[in-house]
Design a binder for this molecule. Structure first.
Ligand SMILES: *Cc1c(COP(=O)(O)O)cnc(C)c1O
Length: 413
């Protein structure tokens, strides 16, 4: 069964039947659509009790809240069900009472984007499109290619010049046609857009495709369920395009609508200083003004975020706020997160932790607060940045000559 009722434009608020195109026919490309559900119908099925009895640990366990039919063929790769780990040492370092890391770097292709791509390939198959295309700074790309491979679809991927090598390598291994665009993410996005229109490929761009946010919201649904329906005070999410933060909020809001959770957490949206048009729009209350992105956190280096409005509305509705952090703070967060939790976050993922650190230091998040930081991507995705953060090993001779000195320096002996 499918509980989708229609698609509502976030700008003019017109509701369309599901057969409409990717964005609002009236508002054009800025008219992002939001999937609407029959929550009364979903609520009759998705009870706490029924959910607890479900064996499926993947994100398809919330299929009544996903825009896929009950008979739809699903990719074989497992997505979701990622661990929510309590990290007391990291909580102490940040100066808050309790902290959990939701490690979405553990998804099939190493990032939260798998939640979206898995829905994307199901929709492509449903619409009988053999080719799926995507423009991405890296993770959406490798995820799209991996999920396409799992479903037997072809993928065409546009990446900006600066996409990290490990992500590009993943694409090539998954058999994608990889087009490295000499330009920014925005250039890649535009070229992908035109190509999809010209050749009729299914467009997996979370900037415009309304179904991808639905996949990503399962991160919020899982956090709610993993916390036994008692949410933390805050959930920190890094923001590039804005789709992820809005999606996570949608998940929490749905849990409340369905009566599964009595209250919702506040959302802390975190951007990198060098690519922060969403924070600017949030703070000023004015429309988003594009900027030239400059941050080492490649996954959130988005100068023209398409989901900025959805993100601003989400953070505001949650009673939360937005904050920016520098690249230096991001690198430091990669280091202390790894050292104090054993979780290896890529720069854009560590951004969420860095944002929490700063928010606590500035008194915006209280010292008695509990929080979840969403680790959106695995650190192995961008080894070069990680090495900038991590430094070098000690090179020693086989006779171990310098060993004692080093151990003493590290206070190990
Ligand atoms: C895509 C991504 C984000 C941000 O998601 P948006 O939807 O672009 O805001 C954050 N971290 C990682 C690792 C990502 O891949």
């Amino acid at each position: 069964m499918n509980f989708v009722q229609g698609l509502k434009c976030l700008f003019c608020e017109t509701v369309y039947p599901v057969r409409v195109g990717y964005t609002c026919p009236r508002c054009g490309i800025t008219g992002i659509l939001d999937v609407q559900y029959d929550y009364a119908g979903v609520g009759r099925i998705l009870t706490r009790h029924r959910l607890a009895a479900r064996r499926d640990q993947s994100h398809w366990r919330y299929r009544e809240l996903l825009p896929v039919g009950s008979n739809a063929a699903l990719p074989a790769l497992s997505v979701g069900g990622t661990p929510l780990t309590s990290t007391p040492a990291l909580a102490r370092h940040l100066g808050i009472a309790k902290l959990f890391l939701k490690d979405d770097g553990r998804n099939a292709t190493g990032s939260l984007k798998d939640r979206a791509s898995s829905v994307g390939v199901v929709k492509a198959r449903e619409k009988r499109r053999p080719i799926i295309a995507c423009a991405s700074t890296g993770n959406a790309a490798s995820s799209c290619a991996g999920m396409a491979a799992s479903m037997g679809l072809e993928s065409v991927i546009f990446v900006p010049e600066r996409a990290p090598e490990p992500k590009v390598t993943q694409l090539l291994i998954f058999g994608a046609t990889v087009l490295r665009v000499r330009g920014t993410y925005e250039d890649a996005f535009q070229l992908c857009q035109r190509s999809c229109e010209k050749w009729g490929w299914y467009n997996r761009n979370s900037g415009i495709n309304p179904y991808l946010v639905e996949g990503k919201k399962t991160a919020g649904l899982e956090i709610g369920e993993q916390l036994a329906w008692e949410p933390t005070d805050w959930v920190a999410v890094s923001v590039g395009d804005g789709c992820t933060v809005a999606a996570v909020w949608k998940g929490f809001r749905e849990l409340k609508t369905l009566g599964l959770m009595a209250r919702t957490p506040r959302i802390l949206g975190v951007q990198a200083e060098g690519a922060a048009p969403v924070t600017a729009a949030f703070l000023s209350g004015e429309p988003m003004r594009p900027m030239e992105p400059a941050t080492l956190a490649d996954s959130i280096a988005v100068g023209v975020p398409r989901n900025w409005k959805r993100a601003v509305l989400a953070v505001r509705e949650s009673g939360g706020t937005m904050i920016n952090v520098s690249d230096g703070e991001i690198l430091e967060a990669m280091r202390y997160t790894g050292r104090l939790s054993g979780i290896f976050a890529e720069p854009a993922a560590a951004t969420a932790v860095a944002g929490l650190y700063r928010a606590v230091a500035e008194g915006r998040v209280g010292r008695r607060a509990s929080a979840v930081a969403l680790i959106t991507g695995n650190g192995l995705k961008d080894v070069q940045s990680a090495r900038t953060a991590a430094g070098q090993p000690y090179d020693i001779a086989p006779d171990g000559g310098a060993l004692e000195e080093i151990l003493r320096e590290r206070k190990l002996i």
